[in-house]
Design a protein around this ligand. Structure first.
Ligand code: HEM
Length: 348
């Protein structure tokens, strides 16, 4: 065999990977605990998948950071494709919990105390994924100790990730660039339903139709609608501006038009990423309750209690999924003028 040929074992660095399982319970003076090997391997597999997720998110951020993302190039397709890969990996991560749960709480107790204070809580990759997608420090649950268990190098890596533009911030910029609602030339021949002619004529109409569609018990949504789409000054607690939200809603409403299909998929994939993270968090909490009940975590948090509050607070794209409250039935949608439908269709 020639020296320069690629050898499977070397290519995959198996000497490193397969020697990276060092159970605490196998160390001198400790009583061996059979299930610790499984515990280590499942965590390592998760961390490898986190690495791949970060690789995909980083590439998405690079594309979305271009001065003007070219909607007519393969860029958008690439972003959607890679986000879809992230979703598929997240589904696998949820399933891995099944393997972990072949360990019983008594099996876990055999080595649990030897791990302290190590915990998934110290997964800096997990925190970086959250930060790069758009979870801001201000919106985190347990701010006072979210990096308290990390060493200085890992704290620096997490802080660094927080400084750069996140996926949701880049999404906001991209949505704000969408011209359809605000470009008067598209709306010259539009038949206004509300009778209001001033620009943006579509938006005035939509507000009118939506508010009239509300049932008695839903009237609060009128205020909610105005807060999200008409807020001035902009609510600093929100990551998507009113204009970005209008564009996102427009995409959701008219995504049957070819030009809006990929943008719709982009929004849909981001919502799905949130769903899959939610699924993982939920499964992880159930597993934690099953393994340790109400005891505190090895990382020192309240355990399941902490994780539940984090789950409720850490939906990153909730401002997108929230927009589904403002959809109306297809049959009531304003008919778009020809000037616009031509733009939204295939142009040869
Ligand atoms: C027996 C199995 C497991 C138990 C009992 C368990 C327990 C816990 C507990 C109690 C916490 C809260 C922090 C603390 O005080 O320690 C936590 C956090 C965490 N665990 Fe696990 N865990 C298990 C398996 C896993 C696996 C397989 C992963 C995959 C990497 C994982 C990843 C995480 C992550 C990322 C966090 C931080 C979550 C957040 O801050 O929202 N855990 N775990």
């Amino acid at each position: 065999m020639q020296n320069n040929t690629v050898y499977y074992n070397d290519y995959l660095q198996l000497d490193k990977i397969l020697n990276a399982q060092q159970p605490e319970s196998s160390k001198k003076g400790n009583k061996p605990a059979h299930d610790e090997m499984l515990f280590i391997i499942v965590h390592q597999a998760c961390e490898l998948w986190f690495k791949q997720i970060l690789f995909e998110i980083d590439s998405v951020i690079v594309i979305m950071s271009k001065p003007a993302l070219n909607d007519n190039s393969p860029d958008l397709q690439t972003i959607v494709h890679r986000l879809n890969r992230v979703i598929t990996i997240l589904k696998i991560l949820v399933q891995q919990i099944d393997i972990m749960e072949t360990m019983t709480p008594m099996d876990f107790l055999d080595f649990r105390d030897m791990l302290r204070p190590a915990s998934g809580f110290q997964s800096w990759q997990f925190k970086i994924i959250e930060a790069k997608l758009g979870l801001k420090f201000e919106h985190r649950h347990g701010q006072h100790y979210y990096t308290s268990q990390l060493n200085e190098k890992d704290i620096a890596a997490v802080k660094d990730a927080e400084k750069n533009k996140s996926v949701i911030e880049l999404l906001n910029t991209w949505l704000e660039r969408m011209p359809f609602i605000n470009e008067p030339s598209f709306w010259v021949n539009y038949n206004s339903i509300s009778g209001k002619k001033e620009n943006p004529v579509f938006w005035n109409d939509y507000e009118h139709i939506y508010i009239n569609s509300l049932a008695e018990g839903e009237k609060n949504n009128e205020t909610f609608f105005k807060e999200i789409f008409n807020a001035s000054p902009i609510n600093k607690d929100r990551q998507l501006s009113p204009f970005a939200c209008r564009s996102a809603l427009f995409i959701m409403l008219y995504h049957g038009y070819p030009m809006l299909e990929l943008p719709f998929q982009l929004l849909d994939k981001l919502i799905e990423i949130d769903n899959q993270f939610g699924n993982w968090r939920n499964r992880h909490i159930n597993m934690v309750q099953r393994m340790i009940g109400t005891r505190i975590g090895t990382g020192g948090s309240t355990g399941a209690g902490y994780l539940k509050s984090a789950m409720d607070k850490h939906f990153i794209f909730k401002e997108l999924s929230q927009l589904n409250s403002f959809l109306i039935e297809r049959k009531n949608l304003p008919v778009l003028p020809k000037e616009l439908t031509e733009k939204l269709g295939y142009n040869f």
